[in-house]
Design a protein around this ligand. Structure first.
Ligand code: UD1
Length: 337
């Protein structure tokens, strides 16, 4: 299949591109490199044994997207590109609505103009918010507590409406839980710009000596050790979930929603412990106040994805930590080194 991957130079996009190329698909990455490096695509080619094509463009650029569809003639799109920092989204909501929501509308219009009827979308478990208790099944109530979360929520609605109106359109909405880890080669991984927002990249930088200590946001949650519970999924498992979803929506039109998680809740302290074991480094941390907007627990009901995609996460937290250690120690400055 010919697959156009928006945001394919980024963390999840690069790992998914490797899996697509390895399975024999042709890949065109469309990425504006605003939060990624072209070096990741050189390494994708090295890992897969052949390159993805690449166009440097923002998905909101209709003319560039149109040219990409003319030259590449994709059968399907996997749409990763977008902004994803919760805090930034509260400061710059219009940027988030433009770059996430408006750009997705542009993408859908260009797809329709070129008769491309298959799309896999990067959504987030953030849409479950605090409206119900985990494990979250796909039919649980949804909502959002910040502009970033609303963009995912709105795009899900747009995709459902577009699929309802177009009998030819097949949509997979994938709700990611917490992606972690790196390719086992240590050649590609997560390379956040500035101070990492998420737990694992922060822990990795503390272990590597780039930061002095970790703040644990609250130990007074109603959880076994008081720290937040999350469902951490290895990025290669997540990437393989995209291939399963892409194949599944090839069977017919309609809009489907699948969780991609492990179903296993792990606490912040368990993650620190696992990373210490993998790296051999003691991670200094300090318990501080809860982070505003955090929920006590978020983890997936994975039964729908298992049943309908024949997919389940295979890799453990220990493996994800070992892979992150390898990525971090081989690339102390990320792709910039
Ligand atoms: C966060 C976002 C979520 C987004 C996801 C993308 C928030 C509130 N939520 O999810 O909307 O979809 O990233 O990956 O930003 N923690 C610490 N210290 C840290 C960092 C995190 O204790 O320095 C804790 C958090 O309180 C939480 C857990 O680690 O319990 C995981 O945090 P994080 O990696 O930021 O993911 P989420 O908050 O689940």
């Amino acid at each position: 299949m010919r697959v156009l991957v928006t945001g394919g130079a980024g963390y999840i996009g690069s790992h998914t591109s490797v899996e697509l190329l390895k399975e024999g698909h042709d890949v065109l990455v469309v990425d504006d490199l605003s939060n990624s490096s072209p070096e990741s695509l050189r390494r994708v080619a090295e890992l897969a044994g052949r390159p993805a094509e690449f166009i440097e463009a923002n998905v909101g650029d209709a003319a560039a997207l149109d040219a990409a569809f003319v030259s590449f003639r994709p059968d399907a799109v996997i749409h990763f590109a977008g902004r994803k920092a919760v805090g930034e989204s509260t400061q710059l909501p219009l940027l988030y609505y433009r770059e996430n929501v408006a750009a997705t509308v542009t993408l859908l219009e260009v797809m329709a103009a070129h008769g491309c009827g298959r799309i896999v979308f990067s959504s987030s478990a953030t849409v479950y918010g605090s409206a119900s208790e985990p494990p979250f099944a796909e039919d649980a109530p949804t909502g959002a507590t910040n502009p970033y979360g609303w963009t995912k929520h709105m795009i899900e609605q747009i995709l459902a409406d577009a699929a309802a109106a177009d009998q030819e359109l097949a949509v997979a909405v994938l709700r990611y839980f917490n992606p972690i880890g790196a390719h086992e080669s240590g050649r590609i991984g997560e390379d956040p710009k500035g101070v990492p927002n998420n737990l694992l990249p922060f822990v990795a930088q503390v272990a590597a000596g780039r930061r002095t200590g970790l703040q644990v946001f609250g130990n007074d949650y109603p959880t076994p050790d008081g720290t937040g519970l999350r469902d951490y999924i290895h990025v290669v498992d997540l990437a393989q979930g995209h291939l399963a979803a892409l194949a599944r929506i090839g069977e017919g039109a309609g809009c489907h929603v699948w969780n991609l998680g492990t179903g296993r809740p792990l606490s912040v302290l368990e993650v620190i412990e696992a990373y210490q074991k993998a790296s051999g480094v003691t991670i200094p941390y300090q318990i501080v106040a809860r982070r505003p907007g955090d929920v006590a627990a978020s983890y997936a009901d994975v039964s729908k994805a298992e049943r309908e995609l024949g997919w389940r996460a295979q890799r453990s937290l220990d493996q994800a930590c070992a892979d992150t250690v390898r990525w971090q120690s081989n690339n102390p400055d990320g792709y910039a080194g």
